[in-house]
Each structure stands twice: as structure tokens, then as C-alpha cells.
Design a protein around this ligand. Structure first.
Ligand SMILES: C[S@@+](CC[C@H](N)C(=O)[O-])C[C@H]1O[C@@H](n2cnc3c(N)ncnc32)[C@H](O)[C@@H]1O
Length: 307
């Protein structure tokens, strides 16, 4: 069967060959002009058909959208701050600009809040780590800015250290005192009235109970706007601790803004260098910042220090 098919195909091929030879034999095409005519027609037909195929099948190549943004746009924070206010005027400058010239601790707590506060309720994370004492001893800061204070655990620890070392230090605590969504799952005892959580009042109560109302001052705004305001006012710091939002973008913005108010020779450090939270946002922000500024990251327990 297989052999029969083969013979049949062979005889068909032979027949086609004879037909072609007959069609293009010099007897039929008896002049060079006729050859040239057929050649030209065939060439033209071939060219036209191939052109049409290319037109139909070649996908339209589009240039990629132009998304190039200059690097400086991504790294632009206000880096030129007002001339530094002398350290001894820092507290009064903030009282004047943020609190109508009086201390928020005057007549604290207000009568309506008394029953809502615990006498002292402190909770922090790594808030008494060795890094605080090491850096305070080294820098001897006149002004400390803490970015993220919560109930004041680390701020009160720093105040105790500066007092013990005989330093006249002012500690500014930037926090919106909102905590984070659902933080009350773990802190039910922090009262809430009409959606207003008593975090700032409990922070202030802890500070008052620890006798640091002259040393620690809350700066109750978002980290971005508070740091920008300090920069505009010329309030610079010798030591800055960053411990607010842990996602990359929050940490990145906080570190950049905080760095702009760091005095020459000052130190910036922070918490959660090794935490996996928020996709290791803090570590990525710290490492990128160090790379951009040519600084070195020195891990210290869960803390990072830039040198
Ligand atoms: C981890 S706690 C700080 C703990 C504190 N440093 C300690 O060790 O005791 C983080 C704090 O950052 C504050 N925070 C987070 N994002 C903030 C933002 N964008 N602006 C102001 N405060 C913020 C929260 O309200 C919270 O109190």
C-alpha cells in the first residue's frame, strides 16, 4: 500500500514537469522579449504580495511611554532650614508658635479628663535599649527630637538619662497621638470618647507623673508637617530618634525630613532595623538613605544608627 502511493506520487510529479517544460519551452517563448516580459510580471506580483503580507502581519511597534523622572524629584525634601535657634530658646519658640505662649502642661489634666486617665501607663518597645545611653553620653545633646513617642516610654527614659548626666536637654516629642488603626485591640484601657483616643493625655500624664514637664514637650502633629515646621522655625536637634511609621514610605520621609534639622556633628538613629513588619520598610529606607548620603549604618540591637 505504502509502495503503491509512492509510485502514484512519482508519476504525478513527472507529469507536472512535462507540463512546465511545455509551457516555458523556447518553442512557445521564442524571443528574449517574451522571457523578460514574464520575468518582470512575476517579479512585480511577488513584490506586491509580500508587501501586503508584511503590512498585515507586522505588529505596530509603539515606543514605551516616557516615564523618566529625574532622580532629584524623588529625593527632594526641604533641606534648607531657617538659621538655628539657640538651644536655650527652643522650648520657648515652640510654646510661642504652637501653644499660644503657654505650656500644655499648665493646669493639666483638665477636669473632664481626670477620670479617663490611668495614674501612669507606660508601654514601649526597646525603649530603654543601651543605644540611648551610649548616644546621649557621646553627643551630650541640648535638643533631642523624638519622631514617634506613643506613651512616652523612650522619651522618659532619655529624660532620666540626661538628668542623671546633669545635661540641660529639651526633648521634643513629635506624634499625632493617634497610634495606629486598631492599636486599642491591645490597649483597651486607653479610653476613647467620640472617636478621640486619649493617647496624648495619657502621654502627658506619664510625663507629669515622672516630673519631666519642663524637659519633655509634645509636638502633636503628623511627623511630616511637624518636622517641616521645625525646619522652618530653625529648631535643630543634636540627637534625633525616628520611631514612627514602619512602612518604607513613612520611614523614608521621616528620615529625610529629620536629617534636615540635624545639627552638624549630631546623630540620627531609630528603632526596628530588623523587624519584618511592613515588608522590612524601615531597613530598606535606612539603607537607601545611608547609600544616598554616603553614611554607614551601625545596627545596635533592634536600633540603627547612622554615622
Ligand atoms: C512605635 S510607637 C513609638 C514608641 C516610642 N518611641 C517608644 O519606644 O516608647 C509609634 C508612634 O508613632 C506615631 N506615628 C506613626 N505615624 C505617625 C505619623 N505619620 N505622624 C505622627 N505620628 C505618627 C504613632 O502615633 C505611635 O505613637
Amino acid at each position: 500500500m505504502k509502495e503503491e502511493n509512492h509510485l502514484h506520487q512519482q508519476s504525478l510529479l513527472h507529469l507536472r514537469k512535462i507540463q512546465l517544460q511545455h509551457l516555458f519551452s523556447p518553442k512557445k517563448l521564442n524571443s528574449a522579449t517574451t522571457y523578460l516580459f514574464f520575468f518582470a510580471v512575476a517579479y512585480a506580483l511577488g513584490f506586491l504580495s509580500s508587501y501586503t503580507i508584511i503590512q498585515q502581519t507586522t505588529p505596530q511597534l509603539q515606543s514605551p511611554p516616557q516615564t523618566h523622572i529625574s532622580d532629584s524629584e524623588l529625593f527632594r525634601f526641604n533641606s534648607t532650614c531657617a538659621d538655628p535657634v539657640p538651644s536655650k530658646l527652643v522650648r520657648q519658640t515652640l510654646l510661642d508658635r504652637l501653644f499660644n505662649g503657654s505650656s500644655p502642661f499648665d493646669a493639666f489634666p483638665p477636669p473632664h479628663a481626670v477620670s479617663l486617665l490611668r495614674q501612669k501607663r507606660i508601654k514601649g518597645w526597646g525603649s530603654t535599649g543601651a543605644v540611648f545611653e551610649t548616644l546621649i553620653r557621646r553627643v551630650k545633646p541640648r535638643t533631642i527630637v523624638e519622631v514617634g513617642s506613643f506613651l512616652g516610654a523612650s522619651a522618659i527614659h532619655m529624660a532620666e538619662l540626661t538628668r542623671r548626666l546633669g545635661l540641660k536637654t529639651q526633648i521634643l516629642c513629635i506624634d499625632d497621638f493617634r497610634g495606629w488603626p486598631r492599636f486599642r485591640d491591645r490597649f483597651r484601657d486607653i479610653k476613647m470618647i467620640n472617636g478621640d483616643v486619649m493617647l496624648m493625655y495619657q502621654f502627658m500624664q506619664n510625663v507629669a507623673q515622672s516630673n519631666f514637664t519642663e524637659v519633655i514637650l509634645p509636638v502633636p502633629f503628623s511627623t511630616g508637617s511637624a518636622l517641616a515646621q521645625l525646619c522652618d522655625l530653625g529648631v535643630h536637634a543634636d540627637l534625633i530618634e525616628v520611631d514612627a511609621g514602619h512602612d518604607f514610605h513613612s520611614a523614608w520621609a521621616d528620615i529625610n525630613r529629620a536629617y534636615s534639622i540635624l545639627r552638624p556633628g549630631g546623630v540620627i538613629f531609630g528603632h526596628d532595623y530588623y523587624t519584618a513588619a511592613d515588608n522590612r520598610g524601615v531597613r530598606r529606607a535606612v539603607n537607601l538613605f545611608a547609600k544616598v548620603k554616603g553614611l554607614k549604618v551601625i545596627p545596635d540591637g533592634q536600633h540603627w544608627v547612622l554615622a
